[in-house]
Design a protein around this ligand. Structure first.
Ligand code: ATP
Length: 239
């Protein structure tokens, strides 16, 4: 159902102990879109994402996905509802092969044909992974490991793919490659929410964007329009 809200987050407050990291964030992600969440270090982007994926529990606020409330549902069960996250720092299993890492992404599924089809989809999206299918994941380059982390999340066949800083530590040419692929993933029908410090790359591929600052929502809008917005250019795009 293109154009309808797949995810709606309302007035989210998230704490680490007594410290508020997210202070009243509301956002929505429409079916079929790439939505990006940008902001500088410590703005609360990862905390927001980790709350959506059930790794953190909000103090108050609601997370509604595909018509169901997710608050209080633990991370491993959120996956079963159709949300898969590629975490910041990748967290691939270094001693396992590329193929074994991908298969782990499908751990909740038992539709063999669907899993095989998704593996083929991932290897078509990332031919580099196909060439390295039997290689131990820990011996791959940072960019290849990032591809694997995204591919592994796709193996859960998510309705919503969450990506936490896919550009982190990558050379510009690899950032372009990963972001082009994120766009292809969207074009194939998977909705994407991506957290990024690289505002330029994120706003270029995003359909809609939210800007977080110190745990608050500072601005939101059509991504391509924010690219031209003076205050965004000054604060996040290097003047
Ligand atoms: P970055 O890009 O640096 O990851 P971010 O926008 O994703 O930034 P968060 O990681 O969500 O920001 O952090 C938001 C705030 O919460 C920061 O002030 C951070 O220091 C704090 N914080 C994050 N994780 C923890 C934790 N485990 N314990 C205590 N405070 C934390």
């Amino acid at each position: 159902k293109a154009g309808e809200d797949l995810l709606t987050v309302t007035d989210l407050h998230v704490y680490y102990g007594n410290i508020a990291a997210v202070k009243g964030v509301s956002l929505s992600v429409k079916q079929g879109e790439i939505v990006t969440l940008i902001g500088s270090n410590g703005a609360g982007k990862s905390t927001t994402l980790r709350t959506i994926s059930g790794l953190l529990r909000p103090r108050t606020g609601t997370v509604v996905f595909d018509g169901k409330s997710l608050v209080g549902i633990p991370g491993h069960k959120v996956v079963g509802h159709g949300i898969c996250q590629s975490p910041e720092g990748r967290r691939i299993f270094p001693k396992m092969t590329v193929e074994e890492n991908l298969e782990l992404g499908a751990f909740l599924r038992n539709d063999k044909a669907g899993i095989a089809a998704d593996k083929e989809r991932v290897l078509d999206l990332f031919p580099r992974l196909k060439e390295r299918i039997a290689q131990k994941a820990g011996t791959m380059s940072g960019g290849e490991q990032q591809m694997l982390a995204v591919g592994r999340a796709l193996m859960g066949s998510p309705k919503l793919l969450l990506l936490d800083e896919p550009s982190m530590g990558l050379a510009p040419v690899l950032v372009d490659l990963i972001f082009d692929t994120i766009r292809t993933i969207r074009d194939q029908g998977t909705t994407v929410l991506v957290v990024e410090q690289n505002a330029l790359a994120a706003l270029r591929i995003g359909d809609y964007a939210y800007v977080l600052e110190s745990g608050h929502l500072k601005q939101e809008g059509v991504a391509r329009e924010l690219l031209k917005d003076d205050s965004i250019v000054k604060a996040y795009l290097g003047g």
